[in-house]
Ligand binder design. Structure first.
Ligand SMILES: Cc1cc2nc3c(=O)[nH]c(=O)nc-3n(C[C@H](O)[C@H](O)[C@H](O)COP(=O)(O)OP(=O)(O)OC[C@H]3O[C@@H](n4cnc5c(N)ncnc54)[C@H](O)[C@@H]3O)c2cc1C
Length: 474
């Protein structure tokens, strides 16, 4: 029985790891690029003591997905840099709104005062939820903006939910499904008629036992217990997050998993017994494929035989993001924290700024990452500005918002095309239909990765594990 994995990003490498653990060899991972990691890319300036991340930088050690990643990190013996809940980067998160930097409330006390940009104490939004009727007819899905506006009011939708969606997926909350982030709350509201009411009833009925899923036969991973005990809010990895895919590649290579770089799969042809992949103009027959490619990359590979599947895959939209990393000499931030988000109602070209040097030691430098574009990429960057123009735009806004006078000493501009899938209203149904199609036509193809089961690192690793565990290879 031969299995192949398509894609050497975090999800594909994880699929390789779980396939090896469950079924052994032979096993090959095909990656189009000359490196593994996909969107995970760290530039470690050892000489100057700082790191630029153009993709992810922190992982949340929360719930089953968080525990699952920590199990992997433990197996790979990676050096972790935890950020505890009392750390300034965990406590301080800001918005830039109405012309000023506003600290978001970080304790229950914050619910009772009026904290700009909000014009009312936040507890009033909770009261609104308590007295607001649910929709007359049950909804299958709606946008997270409309849900938040219905339950908590427009101000919460504009200044809390919309910037949060920008920070997580660079998307427009008016299009993103409520199930993307608030599935539990939405279902409670639909079932019990209110979010608070539903949460209280659910709590009364008892919590769901996360261990029930049976993922951890030997008990929960040690690192996860440590994270819970030490109250980690998030963590990074020494040397940058790219250490994770690089170490996975090494780990797999040492166990004779064939990781083929610069080997783009160009077509898939399904037959009676297995599937033939076209890789570098050669025909490679395999029994089963675990595919971690972005949906828009898989779509053309199946189009000839399965045009309807291809069209469904293309219905998952993606956005482009501009990432600008900047290093300034010395400590220039007046207010420490994880960073700031800009609510879309402000109509500025930036989505947010991450204060990397507040999260991790950056050798005495101020290191910032500016995120731009996303859902609004065409509006701001449609006529393809030069790297210099993008850098100038990012620098101007950083200086304006943070009161920094200096120019960055060192910088990088990355335009990441189609880097984040958008879980728009109906996403869950779309993914169910795609997987139903594979089942109906008995295609020897499993799908994992950011397109389907969550866009964060924990999600794509768990997505790979679940797909592998669902496999019944003869
Ligand atoms: C700017 C940014 C910031 C982020 N920040 C965070 C964060 O802080 N925390 C967090 O948890 N998550 C974050 N994420 C999300 C996280 O990076 C992704 O969830 C994750 O990297 C996706 O991994 P993947 O393997 O699913 O996909 P990808 O990384 O897209 O990997 C797919 C791989 O398939 C390869 N490929 C494509 N076509 C072919 C082909 N035809 N044949 C063979 N190979 C092919 C690609 O080259 C790529 O290597 C961020 C993402 C971005 C873009």
């Amino acid at each position: 029985m031969t299995t192949a994995v398509l894609g050497g990003g975090l999800s594909g490498l994880s699929a390789g790891y779980y396939l090896l653990r469950r079924f052994g060899k032979p096993l090959t991972i095909y990656e189009a690029a000359p490196r593994v990691g996909g969107w995970v890319r760290s530039e470690f300036r050892k000489d100057r003591g700082f790191i630029f991340e153009s993709g992810p930088r922190t992982i949340r050690p929360v719930g089953v997905p968080g525990a699952n990643t920590l199990e992997l990190v433990e197996e790979l013996q990676l050096d972790i840099k935890p950020i505890t809940r009392s750390h300034v980067a965990a406590r301080n998160r800001m918005l830039y709104a109405k012309g000023q930097l506003c600290m978001l409330p970080n304790s229950p006390k914050g619910l009772f005062g009026v904290m700009p940009p909000f014009t009312k104490p936040l507890y009033k939004a909770l009261l609104r939820d308590l007295v607001t009727q649910s929709t007359p007819a049950k909804l299958e899905d709606e946008s997270i903006y409309s849900f938040a506006e219905r339950r908590f009011g427009k101000e919460i939708a504009d200044y809390a939910i919309s910037p949060m969606i920008c920070g997580i997926c660079a998307g427009d909350a008016r299009e993103i499904s409520v199930r993307f982030l608030m599935e539990g709350l939405f279902e409670k509201e639909q079932k019990y008629g209110g979010v608070l009411k539903g949460s209280l009833i659910a709590r009364f009925k008892g919590k769901v036992d996360e261990g029930k899923e049976g993922l951890f036969a030997q008990g929960q991973p040690k690192l996860y217990s440590q994270a819970v005990q030490e109250k980690w809010a998030m963590y990074g990895l020494t040397g940058g997050l790219e250490i994770l895919p690089r170490t996975m590649r090494k780990y797999l290579g040492e166990r004779d998993v064939n990781v083929q770089l610069s080997n783009e799969c160009k077509n898939l042809t399904f037959g009676n017994s297995g599937v033939r992949m076209t890789v570098k103009d050669a025909d490679v027959p395999v029994d089963h494929i675990v595919c971690s490619l972005p949906a828009h990359k898989l779509a053309p590979l199946v189009k000839v035989q399965h045009p309807s599947l291809s069209a469904q895959l293309l219905d998952i939209p993606y956005v482009d993001v501009v990432v600008v990393n900047m290093q300034f000499q010395g400590q220039l931030l007046k207010q420490d924290g994880f960073g700031l988000l800009v609510p879309p109602v402000e109509k500025l070209p930036i989505l947010g700024v991450i204060f990397d040097s507040c999260c991790f030691d950056m050798g005495g430098n101020t290191v910032l990452t500016v995120m731009m574009g996303g859902h609004w990429f065409d509006k701001w960057f449609g006529d393809r500005p030069s790297q210099k123009q993008i850098l100038d735009l990012a620098t101007h806004h950083v200086q304006e918002i943070l009161g920094i006078r200096d120019d960055p000493k060192f910088s990088r501009v990355h335009t990441l095309h189609k880097c984040i899938p958008q879980y728009t209203v109906g996403h869950k149904r779309r993914v169910d239909n795609i997987r139903k199609y594979l089942k109906t036509y008995k295609l020897p193809l499993s799908l994992c990765g950011a397109a389907y089961d969550g866009v964060g690192i924990n999600d794509v690793i768990l997505s790979a594990r679940r797909q592998v565990e669902a496999l019944q290879l003869a």
